[in-house]
Write a protein that binds this ligand. Structure first.
Ligand code: ADP
Ligand code: MG
Length: 366
């Protein structure tokens, strides 16, 4: 196990004409579970492959436990990797698949058996040992793949979208399984995913990437409640945060917010923001779907008019999509709320959950 550090790491596949990884700096503490989250093509796998030593580092430094890794061979880095397409040896039994990394590292007889049994106990897959890979379900294959990666007690454990091809139910089972594995084994883990829910559920901290750059690093709570930008705010959370283009007007030391001529409530930190004159004229109001209340009539709180587009009953909650003038918003309400397509509603945004962003830069105003 080791602390992992990336300092200004870059990757170009075409000698500097374009950058797949532009500038990534990260510190993953010994034993920490860090998720690397971002859309497809933003440079997650390139970053992982540089850490594992499978890809040359175009710029910057990578350290394990304070030791520079840039010129260290992959085999000497002792990084375990699990990919989405993790191929087991088709002609070997599960037992032999698990034993393989040890045998090829020169570990002998009894010791191999002891280590295989230990991993099998953690994975609770004794009943699979004599099977060949073609007899395994996709979940079982992935479990054995995980087990095989763990055999050599790695310094760093990297998983690159390991469960994204599994169906929803199996994915959530494997997810809690991976989380428990980390708690039991305490490895330094790096987990790549484009699925924000997976990152939120698993990681101690999440590094969010946007085209080659890390744009925010924080705990799931931090990236959810204090997103650094519209990009992060929109990426994390389901249904996603709603955004309204608003105008801020300064008035006697304070300011007022309006959305297409309708007054908007001010966020709780409005006074502090106004005092520092930190509000540009064009702002984006961000509000999560859980923090909007709906009413049939206008009231002191319900000041934003909207029309119901569709209503989606989820059982324990209901999602209402509305058009607030030309902006589509999603609202999560109690299933007892009566609403149907075409209804006129009034929305109340909870001031303690309103976030403000600079329309021009996308940065959160705080
Ligand atoms: P992610 O894992 O986030 O989807 P990747 O690291 O795979 O992103 O890719 C980042 C960018 O680098 C993409 O534009 C991709 O096309 C490019 N890329 C990845 N691998 C190679 C490669 N071996 N050669 C050339 N371009 C590559
Ligand atoms: Mg990838």
């Amino acid at each position: 196990m080791a602390k992992v550090e990336l300092r200004n790491v870059r990757k170009s596949y075409d000698r500097g004409k374009t950058w797949a990884v532009n500038n990534v700096s990260l510190e993953i503490a010994d034993g920490e579970f860090m998720a690397l989250l971002g859309p497809s093509g933003c440079g997650k796998s390139s970053t992982m492959r540089m850490i594992a030593g499978l890809e040359e580092i175009s710029g910057g430094e990578i350290y394990f436990g304070g030791q520079l890794m840039n010129r260290v061979k992959p085999s000497a880095r002792n990084v375990a990797m699990v990919f989405e397409s993790y191929a087991l040896y088709p002609t070997l039994t599960v037992y032999e698949n698990l034993a393989f990394p040890l045998r090829s590292a020169g570990v002998k007889g009894d010791e191999v058996d002891k280590r295989v049994r230990a991993i099998v106990e953690i994975l609770q897959c004794e009943d699979l040992l004599d099977l060949k890979p073609f007899n395994l379900s996709s979940g079982q294959s992935q479990l054995v793949g995980l087990g095989r990666a763990l055999m050599r007690q790695p310094n760093v454990f990297i998983m690159d979208e390991p469960i994204s091809h599994l169906d929803t139910r199996l994915r959530s089972r494997m997810r809690s399984y991976i989380k428990r594995l980390h708690i039991d084994l305490g490895y330094t883990m790096l987990y790549v995913t484009h699925d924000q829910e997976e990152a939120m559920a698993l990681a101690d901290r999440i590094a969010i990437m946007d085209v080659g750059n890390v744009v925010q690093i924080g705990t799931p709570q931090e990236v959810f409640h204090q997103p650094a930008s519209v990009y992060v705010a929109g990426f994390v959370g389901e249904p996603p945060m709603n955004f309204l283009d608003c105008q801020a007007e300064h008035k006697n030391g304070g300011y007022q917010l309006s959305y297409k001529g309708h007054a908007m409530p001010l966020p709780d930190d409005a006074a502090a923001l106004a005092q520092r004159q930190a509000i540009p004229r064009d702002v984006v109001v961000g509000i999560r779907p859980f923090y909007i209340d709906v009413a049939a009539e206008r009231s002191a709180r319900h000041t934003t008019p909207a029309e119901v587009f569709v209503v989606e009953p989820m059982g324990d909650s209901t999602v209402i999509s509305v058009n607030a003038q030309d902006t589509r918003m999603q609202i999560v309400v109690d299933p007892a709320t009566a609403a149907s397509s075409g209804d006129k509603l009034w929305l109340a945004l909870e001031p303690s959950h309103i976030l403000l962003f600079d329309k021009q830069t996308g940065a959160r105003l705080s």
